[in-house]
Design a protein around this ligand. Structure first.
Ligand code: SF4
Ligand code: SF4
Length: 464
């Protein structure tokens, strides 16, 4: 459903009329605007190839030059929907002498890949922008808030700058035992790679707690790395810090080598992307699933007995959908919940709208806000609200906080933003939410719950 935008109209290039002097009679007359461009022809010699040459020298940086100006990429670019952006526009700027390495435009792309999906020439901003950003980072031209995240990621192993020893503090409220591999290194089927926002952000922690309750109900043998876990760093890589990404990858690979597990499951599509596409380039290959992909085939094992009478719409994460081709698993889970009616937004699946968090955008909201009429997350929340949904379901750890904030700032507080894990958990009788405590963690003893919460919490506390 279309949502009225607040996109600013571009500055008109043509004049409304032009005064023309006849070469025969010397008389002047007015020509309408549609002809005016004929009187201001583009001078080809003013174009420059210097910017393209600098980009082409970078690995993966050359493809911006392939653009032949068809313009297909612009209307699908989420940044253009709230501003002026897209590969075609960037191409034009570089062509007319703008130095992309020092321009603010360098940081606005979220690497969402929607332009690449439609581009006939395969202009690939997912490669161009990180390559150009790497040069800018090396030269010290990096937004302050991004530099802060780089430093925290290097120092603490997580983007939030939290104490690594508190990585698994969230397990205390889970209400089920959570095995921490450094304490119990015996072989395990599923290594649950929690990643930063489910480990440390309060709303992420609630989703993590819901997820381990679901794993327990489904009979999955799982464990976490606890204090030995570090961020997989894919967003830091896309934001231009490939060196940091490589350092983190070495640490992660060394940690993983210590333990015997069959597969990795993560809630973070960015972590999934790193493990599936970047680690194998260095010879590190692991079977990796997004959490929705692990749960979808097991959904029949979950006692989904509590109807959630509500209308829900779902936001496809760019790095789960377009980048890794998964659209069905989240929808399978949502459709399995009794009472829940799934309605789609106009922009969904392959054409899903970006929340603004990819490619480092998670940490650049203030910076980006100076160049757009509203945040991408705000735009998306308005699209979700326009469906009439009560709930916006998400399955990327970046999104709960982004969309919850956007729901408030756009006056859509009635729209609940919940992770699919939280919705499933509620349908099993677990009561997760922004204010509620899980009933089993509180000793509620829902069907299938594994014994008294107090002893479980003590056990997890020992681990944490
Ligand atoms: S879709 Fe590709 S070729 Fe067409 S304008 Fe955009 S970048 Fe250029
Ligand atoms: S990758 Fe996404 S945000 Fe970046 S230019 Fe393409 S469509 Fe726009």
């Amino acid at each position: 459903m279309p949502v009225a935008g607040r996109k600013q109209a571009p500055t008109a290039i043509e004049k409304e009329t032009a005064t023309v002097t006849s070469t025969l009679s010397g008389r002047e007359w007015q020509l309408p605007g549609m002809w005016n461009r004929m009187f201001e022809p583009r001078v080809l010699s003013t174009y420059t190839a210097t910017g393209f040459a600098a980009l082409a020298a970078l690995p993966g940086g050359e493809s911006l030059e392939y653009c032949y100006g068809c313009g297909k990429c612009v209307p699908v670019c989420p940044v253009d929907v709230v501003g002026e952006y897209g590969p075609r526009k960037l191409h034009r700027k570089v062509q007319t002498g703008v130095d992309l390495f020092s321009a603010d435009d360098l940081w606005l792309c979220t690497t969402c890949a929607n332009c690449l999906r439609v581009c006939p020439k395969q202009v690939n901003l997912v490669e161009v922008m990180p390559a150009a950003r790497e040069v800018a980072v090396g030269a010290g031209h990096v937004p302050r808030e991004l530099q802060d995240v780089f430093e925290k990621s290097f120092r603490y192993g997580n983007a939030l700058g939290e104490n690594p020893r508190r990585r698994h503090a969230w397990t205390r409220g889970a209400g089920v035992p959570v095995r921490v591999l450094p304490n119990d290194p015996s072989p395990v089927d599923v290594l649950f790679y929690v990643e930063d926002y489910w480990s440390f952000h309060p709303r992420g922690q609630e989703a993590a707690q819901a997820f381990v309750r679901l794993l327990t109900l489904a009979g999955v043998d799982f464990a976490i790395l606890g204090p030995e876990e570090k961020t997989l760093g894919d967003s830091q890589r896309l934001a231009g810090e490939r060196g940091l990404f490589e350092v983190l990858m070495e640490d992660v690979v060394a940690t993983l080598a210590k333990y015997d597990f069959a597969r990795i499951v993560t809630p973070d599509p960015h972590g999934l992307n790193a493990l599936r596409k970047e680690y194998p380039k260095r010879g590190h290959t692991y079977e990796t699933l997004h959490y929705t992909q692990l749960l979808a085939p097991l959904v029949d094992r979950l006692p989904l007995t509590v109807p959630l009478d509500a209308k829900v719409t779902f936001h496809d994460p760019c790095y789960l959908g377009r980048h890794n081709g998964e659209y069905e698993a989240p929808r399978t889970l949502l459709r399995a919940i009794p009472g829940l009616e799934l309605v789609e937004m106009g922009r969904c699946r392959e054409n899903g709208y970006c929340c603004g968090g990819g490619g480092g955008g998670m940490w650049l909201d203030s910076f980006t806000g100076n160049h757009t009429s509203e945040r991408l997350s705000e735009r998306r929340v308005r699209e979700a609200a326009a469906t009439g949904a009560d709930i916006l379901a998400v399955c990327c750890p970046y999104e709960v906080s982004r969309f919850s904030d956007a729901a408030k700032s756009t006056g859509n507080e009635h729209l609940q933003v919940l992770d699919i894990a939280e919705l499933l958990d509620r349908a099993t009788g677990g009561a997760t939410g922004t204010s509620e405590q899980p009933s089993r963690a509180a000793g509620g003893g829902a069907a299938g719950s594994p014994g008294p919460a107090s002893s479980i919490e003590r056990a997890n506390e020992d681990g944490a």
